[in-house]
Design a binder for this molecule. Structure first.
Ligand code: NDP
Length: 329
C-alpha cells in the first residue's frame, strides 16, 4: 500500500504515517550495514522521517545515520531528520544536559557535526527540564530556527500544561512555538495521547510522533511462550526496560490478542501497529527494528488499518480493559 502523509500538527511539514527510529539499534545492537538496509528499505517505501537523539548510543546513532544519509545522497529536501536534547551524551556536569540555552545551543551544534548536516528538520526537548524556565527554552528554540540550524521544534514526554505554557509564552512574544510532542503510545500506554492531550489537538494543533508502538517488542508476541535470545529485552544494561515492559499481566493480554489475530489473519505486530495508526491524533508511528524482516512485516500495518473495523476495535478494547477515562467535569 502507498504511504500516507500527514501535516505535523498545524505546521506545513508533511510527515509519513510510518517513520523509522534508531534508539538502541543504530550504533549499538545492530551493524552499520543493517542500519543502512533498514533506512534504504524505509526510504524506498515512502518513509520520510528518521528519528534520532543525542543520547542514542551516546552520539554514535547520529553518526551512523549521518554517514548513511551521506552515502545514499538522497536529495536533502526528500527527508526529515530529527535529534533531541536533554540527556547529553554521557557527561555528568550540570551544563552538559538539560534545556538551558547553553546546552541546547551546544547540543544542536554537536548533533549537526555528528550528522554532517547543515540543519535539522525537527529538534525535540527530550524531557521537560524542571531547572530551566520554559521561557529560556522557547527563546532558544526560536533562535535556533532563526539561525537556520533547525526548522521546527517539539517536545517529548512533556505534560499538556508544560506544552501550553510554551505556546502561551511563544504567542505573547511572537516566537515560534512547538508543533509536535513525542509521547509513548501503544496498547499499554494510552493516557497522554488519548486523554491528556485531547484539548490541545484542537486548540494549538499538536502533532504527535509516537514511540515504542510495540512496547519494545512485547506486542510482537515473541515473548509469549519463552524468552527469546538476542532480543532487546535480554540486552545487558536494559534490565530496567525488561522490568518495565515484560510482565505476566501484559503477556496474558498479548496471548488474548494473538487469538484475535488468528481470526483476522494478521500478525501481532501488524495488529498492534495498525491499532496505533487508527488514532487520528497520531501523526506518525515511529517504528523500531533490529532486522529488515521486522520492518518489512511492520509495513503491512498500513493496509491492515481497514481490517480494524469498529467491531474489531471493540473486541480489542474488551481484551485490553484499559481505556483511559476522561475526568468528569
Ligand atoms: P517498538 O516498541 O516498536 O520496539 C522496536 C523493537 O521491537 C525492535 O527493535 C525489535 O527489537 C522489536 N520488533 C520490531 N518489530 C518486530 C517484529 N515485527 N517482530 C518481532 N520483533 C519486532 O519501538 P521502539 O521502542 O524502538 O521505539 C521506536 C522509536 O521511537 C525509537 O527508535 C526512537 O526513535 C523513538 N523513541 C523515543 C523515545 C522518547 O523518549 N522520545 C523513547 C523511546 C523510543 P528486538 O529485535 O531487539 O527484539
Amino acid at each position: 500500500m502507498e504511504m500516507q502523509y500527514n501535516n505535523l500538527g498545524k505546521s506545513g511539514l508533511q510527515v509519513s504515517r510510518l517513520s523509522l527510529g534508531s534508539w538502541l539499534t543504530f550504533g549499538k545492537q545492530i551493524s552499520d550495514d543493517s542500519a543502512e538496509s533498514l533506512m534504504d528499505y524505509a526510504y524506498n517505501n515512502g518513509i520520510n522521517f528518521f528519528d534520532n537523539a543525542e543520547i542514542y548510543a551516546r552520539g554514535k546513532s547520529e553518526e551512523v545515520m549521518g554517514a548513511i544519509l551521506k552515502k545514499k545522497a538522497w536529495s536533502r529536501d526528500s527527508y526529515i531528520v530529527s535529534s533531541k536534547a536533554f540527556f547529553g551524551i554521557g557527561g555528568e556536569l550540570p551544563t552538559q544536559k538539560g534545556l538551558s540555552r547553553k546546552h541546547l545551543f551546544e547540543a544542536c551544534e554537536a548533533a549537526l557535526k555528528r550528522f554532517q548536516l547543515d540543519y535539522l528538520d525537527l529538534y525535540f526537548c527530550h524531557r521537560p527540564d524542571k531547572q530551566t524556565p520554559i521561557e529560556e527554552t522557547v527563546w532558544t528554540m526560536h533562535q535556533l530556527i532563526m539561525q537556520g540550524k533547525i526548522l521546527y521544534w517539539g517536545t517529548s514526554e512533556w505534560s499538556a500544561q508544560e506544552i501550553m505554557e510554551a505556546h502561551l509564552f511563544a504567542k505573547q512574544n511572537h516566537l515560534i512555538g512547538p508543533i509536535v510532542e513525542q509521547p509513548e503510545y501503544n496498547m499499554f500506554a494510552r493516557e497522554k495521547v488519548e486523554v491528556e492531550f485531547d484539548q490541545i489537538y484542537k486548540t494549538v494543533g499538536l502533532g504527535t510522533t509516537i514511540w515504542s508502538p510495540l512496547a519494545s517488542g512485547i506486542l510482537s508476541g515473541k515473548y509469549n511462550d519463552q524468552f527469546p535470545k538476542g532480543t532487546r529485552l535480554g540486552m545487558e544494561g536494559l534490565e530496567w526496560l525488561k522490568e518495565r515492559s515484560f510482565t505476566q499481566e501484559r503477556i496474558d493480554v498479548v496471548l488474548k490478542l494473538s487469538e484475535l489475530c488468528k481470526e483476522l489473519g494478521l500478525s501481532l505486530p501488524v495488529l498492534s501497529l495498525a491499532w496505533c495508526l487508527k488514532n487520528p491524533n497520531v501523526s506518525t508511528v515511529i517504528l523500531g527494528a533490529s532486522k529488515l524482516e521486522q520492518l518489512q512485516e511492520n509495513f503491512k500495518a498500513l493496509e491492515a488499518q481497514h481490517l480494524l473495523t469498529s467491531d474489531v476495535m471493540h473486541k480489542i478494547e474488551e481484551i485490553l480493559q484499559n481505556k483511559p477515562i476522561f475526568p468528569a467535569y
